[in-house]
Write a new protein. Structure first.
Length: 419
């Protein structure tokens, strides 16, 4: 395992981090907890020392299972990362309450890497107003957290604004060879690195889409390459090739994926890809571009939209339906993220008010209004407003229920019994 250093603290983190977001399922349904625990411990035994979770993952179950996985001495072997969900925060007191619940669920007295979750402009402004920075200062001072950071899914300008607003230790961004210019993008990565802020990368394989069943034409690019690597290995090596990247988080829930990622992480040095390697990846990227339903480069010249539509993100989700037709999560993620269920205000395609401003600016001359209509028909269908309302209620209820069940479970857990 290779390790990279957090610039401000000197902390040595494994280049491969374990994302506890997509846990293995039993055939009959439900999370296979024992397998999830075995998998994480195996990765730790083979050098992984960074594990990341959040209250929203599996409606709060991820933190509970991770707490169990880190029993038996494993807590001391890892840096633990979890997140404050802005959508559950309505006061300064909520922040302390949520962190206290997380410490209890995770069975620890401190979180090594604590993040404000999935920030965008609105959620950032809200947390600032409610005193999140004072909360982070206080939690660092009294030892409940060690490093303060944030995860991010919005645009580069907002990313820079947040980076400049606080003495962050680290941040977490989506970054992969298809999203080089989306969200924070390469500009954001290099900006954070220039400020000595560690960058953890999520979605290095776009939720697994850049591995496994890649489109045939993309697979042909990899098959023709002089070096034989799987699609996953190509994708991961591209991310690790960037010196500004500290940890790459992979949501590993298959033993074979863990083995492969551990193997690749042995040699994934910065700037280790050759010109020939980069040419193969460029070919794969251009092939994806040809398959695109909308040839949006993610330049964001059309933003902001006065109606709040996140135009490039709408097109990124729409293009996913062509790249990865087998992926059933894409529509759900679209509704969760652009529907404003978590993270930020709604920004889905159906909000377009047809002012035409974006089309006058787009350098690709995309008929944006027509394309957004297609996005809306494909990914939203009828009743988007009602669906958002129901999902928000269901997610809020599920999280509350998990908290109650977690409390009951912990009361009877061996950790809480007198020796
Ligand atoms: S046409 Fe629609 S998407 Fe474009 S700027 Fe106007 S409201 Fe926004
Ligand atoms: S201006 Fe055009 S190419 Fe650029 S992000 Fe907007 S839609 Fe995409």
């Amino acid at each position: 395992m290779l390790y990279r250093t957090v610039p401000k603290t000197g902390d040595k983190l494994s280049v491969l981090g374990f994302g506890y977001m997509r846990l293995p399922k039993k055939e009959a349904g439900g999370i296979d907890e024992d397998r999830a625990i075995r998998q994480l411990r195996y990765a730790i035994d083979h050098g992984v020392n960074y594990v990341d979770t959040a209250p929203i993952y599996h409606f709060g179950k991820s933190e509970l299972i991770l707490g169990r996985a880190l029993d038996d001495g494993y807590r001391e072997k890892v840096r633990l990362a979890t997140k404050l969900p802005p959508w559950s925060v309505f006061s300064r007191a909520d922040m302390d309450r949520i962190l206290a619940e997380q410490l209890e669920k995770l069975g620890t007295d401190h979180i090594d890497y604590y993040l404000l979750h999935s920030l965008g402009k609105e959620s950032w402004d809200k947390l600032l107003r409610l005193g999140a920075l004072e909360f982070l200062d206080m939690a660092k001072k009294d030892g409940r957290i060690t490093n303060a950071g944030f995860s991010f899914h919005s645009n580069t300008d907002t990313f820079k604004e947040i980076i400049d607003a606080y003495n962050w230790d680290f941040c977490q961004i989506q970054f992969n060879y298809l999203d080089e210019h989306n969200q924070a993008g390469i500009v954001g990565l290099e900006y954070a690195a220039s400020k000595k802020i560690a960058v953890m990368v999520m979605e290095p394989l776009r939720g697994g889409n850049l591995a496994g069943h890649v489109p045939d034409d993309v697979q042909k690019c990899f098959d023709a390459a002089p070096v034989k690597r799987s699609a996953a290995e190509w994708g991961l090596r591209w991310v690790w090739n960037h010196p500004g990247v500290t940890v790459v988080l992979s949501g590993m829930n298959e033993e074979a994926h863990i083995e492969e990622n551990l193997r690749v992480a042995e040699t994934a040095l910065p700037d280790s890809l050759t010109e020939a390697d980069l040419a193969v990846l460029e070919q794969a990227r251009q092939t994806y571009r040809r398959l695109m339903k909308v040839d949006c480069t993610g330049c964001r010249y059309c933003m902001p939209c006065p109606a709040g539509v996140n135009i490039p993100e709408c097109f990124a989700f729409y293009n996913n339906t062509a790249f990865f037709p087998h992926n059933r999560e894409n529509r759900m993620l679209y509704i969760i993220r652009l529907g404003g269920i978590i993270g930020d205000v709604p920004s889905y395609a159906g909000l377009c008010k047809h002012c035409g401003k974006c089309e006058r600016i787009c350098p690709q001359h995309i008929p944006i209004q027509q394309r957004l209509k297609e996005v809306s028909e494909t990914l939203e269908g009828r009743g988007m407003g009602a669906r958002r309302f129901v999902m928000k209620g269901v997610m809020g209820g599920a999280l509350r229920l998990q908290n109650i069940l977690g409390k009951i479970k912990r009361m009877f857990s061996p950790r809480n019994k007198a020796p």
